[in-house]
Write a protein that binds this ligand. Structure first.
Ligand code: PHB
Length: 389
């Protein structure tokens, strides 16, 4: 009799212990980023933004302590995949996040699917990424969104003959294709499409070719971190003086580098979802807080992808009472989120799990002695044009 009571009490204690400790158990977020190598600025921006989000919103959500585990993949897909596997199996992270380049996101997608772990893509921007796993949610942007906006703007502004120059991988190929299609639709022409290697590109021979072709404009996509090199060589070769305009997606005039590009960048028009000069009260607060926490560093679009990604994770945790129901429940709570981001209103399309947001046309101008992408037009609530293909 006594032993039965004792064993019942022990079972009860065990049960209470389990549920009590579950509620207090930390919720781990794996954040895999290129902190070294060619895309190190992407890692730095996103980590800083994620830490800022946590500092502003607390590190306990729905009763669970949040632990952010930041890992450097050096921009190498095999490393991203191995790290993701370790984070899921050994650290038992509830969410995988980051992904600074398309190949890094694609390498990890099967792990998200197999382990049913939500994977929040904060940087990579090839249209097809969200189709690589039903567990992917994206808070960055897509290249077709920007390329279509520029393919509409350029012909309306006297730019009829264009050469494209893109990095030769997913996002570059998306940018090239969607820009060209849109130009043709608007009775304008892409006279040559040039592709440069992703790793250590030498732009000189390509720019020489552009000079010889004498287009109205050169349209450029290079990933965050590579824009300054293109700008420098474009100006050194006097292409602007030869009457060739420089246009592109906003990755070219990246806020991380723009202010060091010099006055030669003035007047460059790009299309993108985020500018540090976006004139909303929320963005002003964001930029100020980011700079204050990071020695004056200006946030770029990568930082905003990371900041919004953390918001999506936090809200999903709140809506599942601390992640109850596991990865599938958390994923469901990520779909359809709508909120104001430093970039403007954003929405996670519940069907595609991709980001819907405004695409702005911006021109580089000087404000208070600093170079900024100043928004002058907007295409509201743009879905990824790549999804309807
Ligand atoms: C990508 O690899 O998907 C990528 C990286 C940097 C960008 C845009 C796209 O600026």
């Amino acid at each position: 009799m006594k032993t039965r009571l004792l064993s019942r009490l022990m079972t009860l204690a065990l049960l209470c212990g389990i549920s009590g400790s579950w509620a207090q158990e930390t919720f781990k977020i794996g954040l895999i980023l290129p902190m070294t190598g060619q895309s190190a600025s992407t890692g730095k921006q996103i980590e800083a933004a994620a830490r800022l989000y946590m500092a502003q919103n607390g590190s306990t959500v729905a009763g669970r302590k949040i632990e952010l585990i930041v890992k450097d993949d050096g921009g190498v897909p095999d490393a991203t995949k191995r790290i993701a596997q370790e984070l899921v199996v050994n650290d038992k992270v509830g969410v995988l996040s980051g992904f600074g380049l398309t190949p890094l996101a694609l390498a990890t997608a099967p792990i998200a699917t197999q382990s049913k772990t939500p994977m929040v893509v904060m940087a990579a921007a090839t249209s097809s990424i969200t189709e690589a796993s039903p567990f992917i949610v994206r808070t960055s942007f897509t290249l077709p969104q920007c390329a279509v906006a520029m393919g509409d703007w350029a012909p309306k502004n006297g730019i009829k003959r264009v050469v494209t120059l893109v990095s030769d991988y997913g996002p570059g190929i998306d940018a090239e294709r969607y820009f060209k299609e849109r130009m043709q639709l608007n009775s304008a022409q892409v006279v040559e499409s040039l592709r440069v290697p992703l790793r250590n590109p030498d732009f000189a021979p390509f720019l020489q070719k552009v000079r010889d072709l004498k287009p109205d404009a050169l349209f450029v996509f290079v990933p965050s971190g590579a824009g300054a090199a293109v700008m420098k060589q474009f100006l050194e070769r006097g292409m602007d003086k030869a009457g060739i305009k420089l246009i592109g997606t906003g990755d070219l005039t990246d806020d991380d580098q723009l202010n060091d590009m010099g006055d030669g960048a003035l007047g460059v028009v790009t299309s993108h979802h985020y500018s540090a000069a976006h004139p909303s009260a929320l963005n002003k607060k964001f930029v100020e807080a980011f700079k204050k926490a990071n020695n004056g560093l200006r946030p770029n679009f990568m930082a905003v992808g990371g900041y919004d990604g953390m918001r999506v994770i936090y809200e999903s945790l709140k809506n599942t009472k601390g992640g109850q129901g596991g990865g599938e429940a958390m994923l469901a709570a990520m779909k359809g989120q709508i909120f104001e981001s430093p970039r403007g209103q954003i929405y996670i399309d519940a069907q595609t799990r991709d980001v819907v947001h405004n695409i702005y046309l911006r021109k580089v101008e000087k404000k208070d002695g600093q170079l900024y992408n100043v928004e002058f037009d907007v295409i509201k609530d743009m879905k990824d044009p790549g999804k309807s293909k």
